[in-house]
Design a protein around this ligand. Structure first.
Ligand SMILES: O=P(O)(O)OC[C@H]1O[C@H](OP(=O)(O)OP(=O)(O)O)[C@H](O)[C@@H]1O
Ligand code: HPA
Ligand SMILES: [Mg+2]
Length: 181
């Protein structure tokens, strides 16, 4: 089984598999938004690597904005309460918005953000999530573009953390319960 540079971490998706899927997602978004302008809203911190790669795979006139929310604190369980740490720099009123997320899990984060942005009356609002864990959903929400649908596994790497660590792993790995801290 493939393991990453850090001993004992099992790879779920390699950097190459991620790159191929992100390219496909970019092509799909390009088709859907041909000739339109787009605001790509990255959800800090986890979505930073995905936004960076997806933006270069999308061939439309795009700008970036970022929001930061937090609900997971230091562990791997959601607190259930989403806190807005950084708001949009500019209103998205009348604009085509694509929220870019690393992972859609319980749906609490994206439901909160969707509501926040719909309040500003964007022209269109779409969601791109690299990973989706549908079995964990608490809030009913779907992404318009999903990279990979996965079972209930805690994943790290490519932006995703455990207690703020592992975000810079280039592959998406499994956080096994017996992995040394
Ligand atoms: O669907 P949910 O259950 O809400 O979980 C998904 C969210 O949780 C993680 O972010 P987190 O709040 O831990 O902050 P981070 O992006 O800074 O890691 C992840 O990056 C998503 O944003
Ligand atoms: O599986 C996960 N890994 C990292 N962060 C997360 N936030 C929600 N689910 C996850
Ligand atoms: Mg996040």
């Amino acid at each position: 089984m493939a393991t990453t540079a850090l001993q004992g971490l099992e790879v779920l998706y390699t950097r190459q598999q991620i790159a191929e899927r992100v390219a496909e997602m970019g092509a799909e978004i390009t088709r859907d938004l041909k000739g339109e302008k787009l605001v790509m809203v990255g959800v800090l911190k986890g979505a930073a690597p995905f936004l960076s790669d997806l933006a270069r795979a999308v061939q439309v006139d795009a700008t970036f904005d970022f929001v930061a929310v937090s609900s997971y604190g230091k562990g791997h369980r959601t607190s259930g309460a989403v806190k807005l740490i950084k708001d949009l720099d500019e209103t998205v009123e009348g604009k085509n918005v694509l929220i870019v997320e690393d992972i859609l899990d319980t749906g609490l984060t994206l439901s909160y953000l969707r509501k926040l942005m719909l309040n500003q009356k964007p022209k269109t609002l779409r969601i791109a999530a690299l990973l989706d864990k549908p079995s964990r959903r608490i809030e009913k929400i779907d992404a318009d573009y999903v990279g990979f649908s996965i079972p209930n596994l805690f994943v790290i790497g490519y932006g995703m953390d455990y207690a703020e660590r592992y975000r810079n792993l280039p592959d998406i790995c499994l956080m096994t319960p017996d992995h040394p801290e």
